[in-house]
Design a protein around this ligand. Sequence first.
Ligand code: MN
Length: 297
Amino acid sequence: MDDRKGAPKRLKEYKAKRNFQKTPEPSGDRSSARGSAERDRFFCVQKHLASHLHYDFRLEHAGVLLSWAVPKGPSLNTADKRLAMRVEDHPFDYGEFEGVIPEGYGAGIVMLWDKGTWRPEPGFEDVDKALAKGELKFRLEGVKLKGGWVIVRTGGRGNGESRTWLLIKHRDEWAGPLDVATKFPLSVKSFGDFEDILAQDKPDVWESHRPAAGGAAGEMLSQIIERAAKLKARRDAGAGPRTAAKPKRPGSRATAARRSARPAAAKRRSAPNRRAAAKRPPARPAAKGAGRRTGRA
Ligand code: MN
């Protein structure tokens, strides 16, 4: 079965919300060459600073990316039920997108915060049916997020209309009281933060009409714009022919960035340790060590 057949119809809402002359986001016209239901499917989480900061959680299915906006981001703590608002399906190509949306729907900065593969748990292979029923259990194999998860619809009981879901970590060796969104804030694509992404573009792109003007997101954006402008100024100053001979790449910063793009837990549980890690109660030791190991506030 070709599971891409439904893609054009599924992207109607996505396309209606965007003007592709004005946004760098993929139009979704290029159909994906992927189709087999047998292999692991793609997933990603895009950290998106728009009018509010949120994390867009996306699972590849039927040629598109099923999408939920998670305001607080995913949590490794099994006690956390993270609110996840179902939003329009996105094109498959969107999964690798990172950049600045200058205006219109979703204006702001998008960072590829995590990516990898996912698969439904046994009994949930019929994803459309699971979504209609309002419960999908799955496994993630990402850089930051791993193991078993569930996403369940809540509110509007009995009908399929509610867009409100909860994203919850299952108890396994990848769970623990670790605030993964805060501890590992950086991109898994460029290894930088929002200001690094903005500095690639024009930091003054929003001289007027900032996507987030007030509140916490507005404050955050102001600081990011300021830092991006400094990064860009420094880079532009170093780009002249005089300094071109000795590239002044701040190595320590790049290394630190790379380190915090990926959780220590994921590295620590390499193959030899995995069996031991599975045996002990994972949660507590994982969280206590994590802060010390990364050495970042
Ligand atoms: Mn978003």
